[in-house]
Write a protein that binds this ligand. Structure first.
Ligand code: 5GP
Ligand code: MG
Ligand code: MG
Length: 190
């Protein structure tokens, strides 16, 4: 009786406005991205670098569609500056355990908005002697087009709205939603 127990937009105390991408859509797209990654990295050892905390779900589900054994490591970064927009000045809260020398690295991200965080991360990891550094992001907003950061694998281009779920939070909540959705306006108003 999986249907009876599935989480939908009526859960979480009516905080949600609408579903943008449901779990089936997300999983189907991650399978396609994984097939592309498998093909591109055939015969090479791959290190997936997940960006905490938002990329946890993408990492878990994308990696399980891959047909080769990969390594995983995690970084936590924080953008300086107040508010909801990032400043481009990034602080490392948790660094990698892995030496990147000669490694093929694929950064796994939840969303690219201004692109400033990823742009910083990309150049940071490239200084560590990796053989290659590419990016896979589940979501991309229109703003990202203004920054010169090439994202090799993109799940979905979405409108410029604040989204939650599937790893993405609002004040640390809603990461556990199995879909990507928008919040009802009253949540922000509180
Ligand atoms: P950027 O540096 O590309 O502007 O943003 C990077 C980070 O901002 C993302 O990794 C994510 O944590 C957060 N972010 C950007 N847009 C959204 C959004 O629509 N919803 C949520 N929950 N976080 C976002
Ligand atoms: Mg992120
Ligand atoms: Mg956040």
């Amino acid at each position: 009786h999986e249907e009876e127990h599935s989480v939908d937009v009526d859960d979480m105390g009516q905080d949600l406005e609408r579903v943008l991408l449901d779990r089936e859509q997300i999983d189907a797209r991650l399978a396609e991205m994984a097939a592309q990654i498998d093909a591109d990295y055939a015969g090479r050892d791959l290190l997936l670098v997940g960006v905490l905390k938002g990329a946890v779900m993408v990492m878990a589900d994308l990696s399980r569609h891959l047909h080769s054994a990969v390594e995983m490591d995690w970084m936590a970064v924080s953008s300086y500056g107040a508010g909801t927009s990032s400043s481009g000045v990034v602080r490392i809260l948790k660094d990698l355990d892995t030496d990147l020398t000669g490694r093929h690295v694929l950064i796994v991200e939840d969303i690219i908005d201004s692109g400033l965080t990823l742009s910083w991360l990309l150049s940071n990891l490239r200084t560590r002697g990796a053989a290659s550094v590419e990016i896979a992001a589940l979501l991309r907003k229109p703003e990202a087009a203004k920054v010169d950061v090439s994202v090799r694998y993109v799940g979905f281009d979405i409108p410029s709205e604040f989204v939650v779920g599937y790893g993405l939070d609002y004040a640390e909540k809603y990461r556990n939603l199995p879909f990507v959705g928008t919040l009802a306006p009253h949540v922000y108003a509180d």
